[in-house]
Structures are given as structure tokens and as C-alpha cells.
Design a binder for this molecule. Structure first.
Ligand code: FES
Length: 104
């Protein structure tokens, strides 16, 4: 299973083995990652699954949809160039080793 690394708001590192096809939000909620709520269940309607991805990581992800981009305006924590919604990113084998930061 691909490994996804979550950096929690307090700096704690969580290494998760995530089944392919799971969203980053689902993986975070199922494993109790601090700061990811997933209130809308992954419908791109709440922005409580805000994660920050560095430049190298962004290059590995599909681009944002317009609805993800709009919803990020309401995100928890300040928006950054690397802001994404965890529910809109599906884990694939190619994402093994991806690191995302949960904004505080
Ligand atoms: S879980 Fe609601 S926007 Fe991602």
C-alpha cells in the first residue's frame, strides 16, 4: 500500500499505509489525524479537509477542479499556493511517499 505522510498542526508526523482508491481525507479521518474533519463526507462542500502540499508534491497530483478551487476560499486555516482539499485527492500507487501538512 502506498505510504502517505501527514504532518499534524503540532508538528507530529503520521505515516499511514493507505489503500489505493482512498481519499486523503478518508485516510486522515479513519486514522484520527489531527485537524482533518471531513464534515461533508467528501462532497467538496465544507473545506474541513484542507491540506498543504509542497511544490514537488503538487507536481504529482492532478490539478484542482474549479469547485475545489472555490471551496478552498472557505478553508480552515490560511490558504497557501499548495492548498488542496484532501477529499479531492485519491491515493494511487504513484503517490507513495507523498507528504502533506495539516494547517494549524
Ligand atoms: S470533506 Fe468536505 S470539502 Fe473535503
Amino acid at each position: 500500500m502506498p505510504k502517505i505522510i501527514f504532518m499534524e498542526p503540532d508538528g507530529s508526523r503520521r505515516d499511514l499505509e493507505v489503500p489505493v482508491g482512498t481519499s486523503l481525507m478518508q485516510a486522515a479521518v479513519q486514522n484520527g489525524v489531527e485537524g482533518i474533519v471531513g464534515e461533508c463526507g467528501g462532497s467538496c462542500m465544507c473545506a474541513t479537509c484542507h491540506v498543504l502540499v509542497d511544490e514537488a508534491g503538487l507536481a504529482r497530483l492532478p490539478p484542482k477542479s474549479d469547485s475545489e478551487d472555490e471551496m478552498l476560499e472557505f478553508s480552515v486555516g490560511e490558504r497557501h499556493p499548495g492548498s488542496r482539499l484532501g477529499c479531492q485527492i485519491t491515493v494511487t500507487a504513484e503517490l507513495d511517499g507523498l507528504t502533506v501538512r495539516v494547517p494549524g
